[in-house]
Design a protein around this ligand. Structure first.
Ligand SMILES: Nc1ncnc2c1ncn2[C@@H]1O[C@H](COP(=O)(O)OP(=O)(O)OP(=O)(O)O)[C@@H](O)[C@H]1O
Length: 231
């Protein structure tokens, strides 16, 4: 499989704080990579650096061979919308949802390309097939949903366009074990042509639901934990 994401010597942080230290990482097309590490070791910061959401960064990030990294000393988010258009989809930690909007409106927010907007109805149907509990909640306000349902909305919104690289940050956070397993299994079952990185503290949840798991400790990669996929 060709390399879809190639990260070399990526450092990033916030103000004077350096969180990532010369990270190297390669992800192949079709691969689902689990990123494990304890709280505060830099998993979220790596995902933010891939979308230029840290306050500064340096190092190379190649997406499908094109350089999207480089040195940036100020200004989180200036290139983020361009990177999303280039094919990076994000389900951020802790949902980042709008409590006053309905499930349908959230999913429509994810349809940000012209093609996705034109075909949003069938895309929403597909999300309901992936997460059946959302179907009867189509017009419910997201603020009234359970944690598990909100997580499904957040991931569903990410899936409304075909991304090359999906970044899913701690899908199990705050969820009951059974619901976490359901969400993780749905992620594993998705037919994805690009690649997916799933950050997770609970390595057991990744077992059987990722092709490869890498550890992260104190802002550095800790090598492959192992190939734990089913396929
Ligand atoms: N916006 C920010 N400003 C300053 N420091 C931050 C910011 N976000 C994270 N940090 C710090 O960066 C370090 C790494 O945090 P990060 O969120 O990347 O870790 P993580 O492995 O994803 O853990 P978590 O599971 O809590 O998200 C921590 O020391 C954290 O306090």
């Amino acid at each position: 499989m060709p390399e879809l994401l190639e990260v070399q010597q990526l450092s990033a942080g916030y103000g004077p704080l350096r969180v990532l230290h010369e990270v190297d990482l390669t992800v192949r097309a079709g691969e689902r990579l689990g990123l494990v590490g304890l709280n505060g070791h830099g998993k979220t910061t790596l995902m933010r650096a891939l979308t230029h959401m840290t306050s500064w960064q340096q190092g190379s990030i190649k997406l499908d061979g094109a350089e999207i990294g480089g040195t940036r000393s100020l200004g989180a988010g200036r290139r983020t919308s361009g990177l999303v258009r280039r094919g990076i989809g994000v389900a951020p930690q802790g949902d980042a949802i709008f409590p006053g909007l309905s499930v349908r409106k959230h999913l429509e927010c994810g349809a940000h390309t012209k093609t996705a907007w034109r075909t949003r109805q069938e895309r929403i149907e597909r999300i309901f097939d992936i997460f059946p509990p959302l179907r009867p909640l189509e017009h419910a306000l997201v603020g009234k949903l359970s944690g598990g349902e909100r997580r499904m909305v957040s991931i569903g919104r990410m899936l409304m366009v075909e991304a090359r690289l999906y970044l899913v940050d701690e899908p199990s956070l705050g969820l009951a074990p059974k619901i976490s397993e359901r969400v993780m299994t749905a992620l594993w079952d998705l037919p994805v042509e690009g690649a997916m990185i799933i950050a997770e503290q609970n390595v057991a949840l990744l077992t059987g639901r990722c092709d490869r798991v890498i550890g992260m400790h104190a802002g550095r990669m800790r090598g492959d934990v192992g190939h734990v996929g089913l396929g």
